[in-house]
Every structure is written in C-alpha cells, then in structure tokens.
Design a protein around this ligand. Structure first.
Ligand code: XMP
Length: 526
C-alpha cells in the first residue's frame, strides 16, 4: 500500500503539542519515516503499527489534572525504545512510579543545560553546558526506579533522565526545536545509536516503494485522476505515470478560470514529459454559461465546484475498466481528519460527489507526505519548478478574483494584469535570490496576484477622459494562510507593476495596492 511507505517507523504520540508535527518532520529530515498518532490510541492499535521507536510529544496539560492525557503503561515494556519530551517525559515518569510535583515555577524559552552523567546515551558527544528550549510549568521531582538524572538547568533539576537498560529516555526541554543547539544530535542518537534504525527513508526509496505499491494495488485496471495543474495532483500524476504509464488517465478540466497560459503549460508538461493518457476537456463555454448572472461569492464557488465534478464524471464514464480514482490527499489532511472522529474521516473521503451508480476505489499515494516533501518528490520525479513551487491557487480560480459577475471581457483583463503582477514579482524574487543566495523563492511571498473589483473610476489618458476599471494588486506573506500580512514590496516594483498594467492592459486606468493583513481581511477578495 502507498500508505505504508517504510519498513521502519517512528510513532509520535501526540499529547496536543504545539510542536507535534515538528517532531515527525525532524525525524523524517533524518531519513526515518515517522507518523503521528493521537494519545487516545489504544495499546493494541499502537502495537499493530509495529513501531521501531516511540516518541511522546509535549502537551499543554498538567499530568495530575482531571482527564489529563495519559498512555497505557504497557508501551514502556514493549521492547521498543521510547523518548519523551516535556509532557511526554512527565507522563513517562508518573506511569513508572516517579513524581511530578506542582512547583508552579515555569521555565520558558532558552535555558542553560548542564549535563550530569558522562555515560548518557542520548546526550553523548554534546557539550557539558548547552542552550536548550524550555516551555513548561511542572517538571519531574523523583525519577522512577532504575532511571538516572542526566542533565539539569538552574530551575529544573531533572531536565533529562534515562534508563538505558529499558531503553527509556526523556527530556524536559524540546530537542525538536531549532533553538535547542544540539537537538538534532540527540535525536540522531536516539534513532540510530539507541533504536538502531537506518536512514533509508529517502526520496528515491519513497519513489521505488510507492511505485511498487501502486503497481500491486492497481494490477491491470485503469486509474483516473482529476489533474488541476496544482502541486498535489501534478505530483500524483507524475508518480502514477512512473508506476503504471498509460493505465492512468488524467482528466484536465479547463474551466477558463486558470491563470494566463496555465492550461497550455499543464498540457505541454504532461503530454511531452510524462507517459500517461491526457484528456484536455475544453469546458470554458459550459462554465461561462453556468457563471452568467451570478454575483454572490458563495454561489459562484458552488457553481464552479458542482460543474467540475459533472464534467469530470462525464469524461470518466466514457472510459472502460477504470477501478480507481487517484487523489492528492496529503498528510496534513489525514492528520486533520484523524484528530476528529472516525465518521469525519469518512466524510473527508466522501467529499467527492460520486453520481448515482458510480463508484471508484480511492488511491492516495501522497497520504503520508507533508507539503514540502510532496514538492521534493515532484522535483525528484522531474516536474518543472513552475509546477513544484506553484503558489496556492483557489479551486474556483479567477472566478473569486473577479468581484461580481464573471464575463469573458473581465476574465481577459484580469488574466493579463495578473500575468504582469506575477512576472514582475518573480523577476524581483529571482534578483533577490541572486543577490542574497536565498534559495527558496516561494518563501519570499506566499501569494501574489491581481483582483478585478466591480467598479469603474475616472481617469485621464492622453488627453482623453477615461471611465475604466481599477486593478487591485494583492501580495501577502504567510506561513500557512491562516494569518497573513501584506508584503512590503519596494515602491519601484509597485511602480513598475502599475505602469505596465496601465500601458499593456486595455480597459484599466488605475492600480491600487491592498495593504490589509489577515485578519481583518482575507487573502482572497471573495
Ligand atoms: P483566504 O482568502 O480565506 O484564503 O484568506 C486562504 C487560502 O485559501 C485559498 N482559498 C481557496 N482555496 N478553494 C480553494 O481551494 C477556495 O474556495 C478558496 N478560497 C481561498 C487562498 O488562495 C489562500 O491560499
């Protein structure tokens, strides 16, 4: 199964940690596969996952509080190495007979850690004094029988403890955060020296394992994929193409709401660089008719979504022997559903509105990957940078960047203006990369695009009065789109964008820059 990507695995038991995903990321960065499970997992289910090592995360609770998250103490006797961080350390201490007195003396931020045992396996090779990151109120008082105290800070006498005989280790500080100077070294000791794992979870192994798993699952049948040109569906297409070639049909629904030249780029990449069956559905007219007269943002969104699946299933039904529908579900989607109830996990899958009498099994080869791992995989599979580093783009496309009714004229204006915004900011970013050596151009700005509002204003061009449309430029910085700030683009860049839009796009006589953060605004205008 593609969802079982590695022979060796580290299970992170999540107690509601601020840094839960980060722990799994750090382990994966060291080329060991890691998965997150909620603390409420049963002992049997945890065992069934065949962990090679377990990490207990931090968490906001106090171990003695009523209903505080705990673990089944049997996990400490499974003959699997366990490492606890912060709350995870306290849970381990309490479960094995130690104490966690309520001192009400917290410790937050950097702290100086002093090692106090030369033979610590976890801290081996790290300096006798080092900076670590703390974020706790309670801490361990008496360690359980058989444990040694291996480090302390001025406020936390038991800052690390271990019982090498039982392969149990714990730190009150957070080795997973960047501010813990030697955190990666400690994690490496745990994974490789203590748990004896191999750093074999690499992109090329992920590709080989996924390809083999996809072939086994699919056999001789056919697979269909709704290819949007976005990162996730493109990486699924590239991976599946490597596994099953023309047994994969990619249906690309061109709704006319993508950015300028994008449909042509998608078609070019997937028909020339990859072996698969590519169906380009020109549905622009269908969409134009569907959107005519609609002005409410939610109605527009709904119309685009509903039409998409109608067009897609019309095509799907023309193909014989299709048993599977491939989807670009990624790990954060899975964690999100998994943290809710089981019935919610189903509804996540049921989001695809299968028409009456139509059913396909799902195949989701990216289910275990974080977004940046999906990008690395895309690169390793040979996808071009303009797809791998593509900005997030809303499913309803430009329909929600045109305020009010969507018409062919407005679409043309917006596409042209948007292309200029992107060209100029891309050129600016490329220049920045050349000057500063910053190699992650997509981090310089989260999203940047043009918006066409439903108003006109007076202007003067040549000697003529104009009454034409404005373009709003939106550029934001963000890490997850939950909050965002407007990008402080240099005036010369804004001026170039404005000058080019006025000169090159007919029907526009004014350019404005949106200087609102999220909240109170949103990134998109609709
Ligand atoms: P907002 O506008 O809510 O956007 O701040 C947050 C992020 O989500 C994207 N977005 C959408 N993506 N369908 C999508 O697939 C949508 O209807 C949609 N609306 C917003 C937006 O581009 C931003 O990255």
């Amino acid at each position: 199964m593609p969802n079982e990507p590695a022979a060796q695995r580290v299970i992170v038991v999540d107690f509601g940690a601020q840094y839960g995903q980060l722990i799994a990321r750090r382990v994966r960065d060291l080329h060991v596969y890691s998965e997150i499970v909620p603390f409420s997992i049963t002992y049997e289910d945890l065992k069934a996952k065949r962990p090679d090592a377990i990490i207990l995360s931090g968490g906001p609770a106090s171990v003695y509080a009523e209903g505080a998250p705990a673990v089944d103490p049997r996990i400490f006797s499974m003959d699997v190495p366990v490492l606890g961080f912060c709350y995870g350390m306290q849970v381990m201490a309490v479960a094995l007979g130690g104490t966690v007195p309520q001192t009400d003396i917290g410790e937050y931020g950097p702290a100086t850690l002093a090692r106090c045992a030369d033979d610590s396996l976890l801290l081996a090779g790290t300096p006798s004094e080092q900076t670590v990151w703390m974020s706790h109120r309670d801490s361990v008082g008496e360690v359980p029988q058989g444990f040694t105290i291996t480090a302390s800070t001025p406020t936390t006498p038991v800052a690390a403890m271990e019982c090498a005989e039982r392969n149990l280790y714990a730190t009150q500080f957070h080795p997973e955060v960047h501010h813990t100077e030697h955190g990666t070294q400690m994690l490496s000791h745990f994974l490789f020296d203590i748990a004896g794992l191999d750093p074999t979870w690499t992109m090329s192994n992920i590709i080989d394992d996924s390809v083999a798993a996809i072939r086994t699952k699919v056999g001789d049948s056919r697979v269909i994929l709704a290819l949007s040109g976005g990162v996730d569906s493109s990486v699924v297409a590239a991976l599946m193409s490597k596994a099953i070639g023309k047994q994969l049909t990619c249906v690309f629904v061109n709704h006319g709401l993508l950015r300028k030249d994008e449909p042509e780029q998608v078609e070019r990449v997937f028909t020339t660089e990859f072996d698969l069956d590519f169906v380009h559905v020109h549905a622009q007219d269908r969409y134009a008719a569907k959107l005519a007269g609609l002005t409410d943002p939610e109605e527009k969104r709904h119309a685009v979504g509903e039409e998409f699946w109608k067009v897609f299933f019309d095509e799907a039904q023309k193909l014989d022997g299709v048993e599977f529908l491939a989807q670009g579900t990624i790990y954060p989607d899975v964690i999100e559903s998994g943290s809710k109830t089981a019935s919610k996990i189903k509804s996540h899958h049921n989001l695809i509105p299968f028409p009456e009498g139509v059913h396909f099994d799902l195949i989701e080869p990216l289910r275990s990957l974080f977004k940046d791992e999906v990008r690395q995989l895309g690169k390793a599979l040979g996808l071009p940078d303009h797809i791998v580093y593509r900005q997030p783009f809303p499913g309803p496309g430009l329909a929600i960047r045109i305020i009010g009714e969507v018409t062919p004229d407005k679409l043309e204006i917006l596409k042209d203006a948007d292309a200029i915004v992107r060209e100029e900011i891309d050129a600016y970013n490329a220049d920045l990369v050349a000057k500063t050596g910053e190699t992650n151009p997509e981090h310089s700005c989260w999203q940047y695009f043009a918006v066409l509002p439903d108003i006109r204003s007076v202007g003067v061009m040549g000697d003529e009065r104009t009454y034409a449309r404005p373009i709003i430029v939106r550029a934001v910085e963000s890490v997850d789109a939950m909050t965002a700030d407007w990008a402080k683009l240099p005036y010369e860049l804004l001026s170039r964008i404005s000058g080019r839009i006025i000169a090159e796009v007919d029907g526009v006589n004014r350019v404005a820059y949106d200087i609102t953060s999220k909240p109170p605004a949103t990134i998109e205008w609709e």
